[in-house]
Design a protein around this ligand. Sequence first.
Ligand code: FE
Length: 180
Amino acid sequence: MKGFDKRKDQVKKIAMKLKVLIVFLILITSCKGVSQEKETSSETETQKTTAFAVQKTEAEWKKELTDAQFYVLRKAATENPFTSDLLDNKKEGVYVCAGCGTEVFKSATKFDSGTGWPSFYEEIEGNVAYDVDYKIGYKRTEEHCATCGGHLGHVFEDGPEPTGERHCINGVALKFVAKN
Ligand code: FE
């Protein structure tokens, strides 16, 4: 009889452990479910906010832009450093999006960052928008034209005064309009 009780106790203990395990598994799966749901909803939010005023099909953009402009603006590629004609441009004027002509940077905010890409310490407020990308393994703030969504470059926090920002921009994504 004692042996029977002992076995009964063992069975009870095993059943208890199983219950704990099941509850644990349910918790893990439900957490995963929630986080996946969140990811999906944030994707939808991004899609909603990417309703840009200027919208064209990929074929239309390809037709209008040079290959280099297309890959940078529409595919978020990065031009090789020290290749842009605008890198050393010190003329007074405004830099516009090469995709749609929206004014994105003023010449007064341009500075030599030494990186090989045209750099600005401030954007023309409201004319660019930001996103986050993890393309090269760490978090970066991506910057794009707020009108057509064209990729411009990235923003870093190691720029000069007065903002401390370094807008690291692909020259090919810009066009310079000199002040008359
Ligand atoms: Fe644009």
